[in-house]
Design a protein around this ligand. Sequence first.
Ligand SMILES: [Zn+2]
Length: 128
Amino acid sequence: MDHYSREEWHKYVKNELGDADRKAYEDHLYICDHCLEVYLEAMEEEEHALPAMPREDEFTNLVMAQITVDKVKEPPVLNVAEEQKEAFAHGTWFERCFPIAFTCLLLIGGLVKMLEGTKSEAEKLEKD
Ligand SMILES: [Zn+2]
């Protein structure tokens, strides 16, 4: 029985064979335990040689990191939302009262200046 070489099985694993060859290799696998073993070894070796494996790990790490970040982020986000609600309530209260208070201060300040002005004028008049 003719056996396929390890190199040939590597080609098979890497999909470097024509359809006819692939079929012949597959048929041989059904009847040859020796080549099945070589084929499985070749497949394992190619899997380790594939650069996609570390990338897959990286991707998994990335996904895991994303999940971890999301998990960590979630509670503070809720807290922030509530804080913002509170801040908004304070803000509306402050926003309502601030213009009134500011106007009052301006009026008082204006009145004080007016009174001071009239006072000094009155003093001037008194001196004259
Ligand atoms: Zn064989």
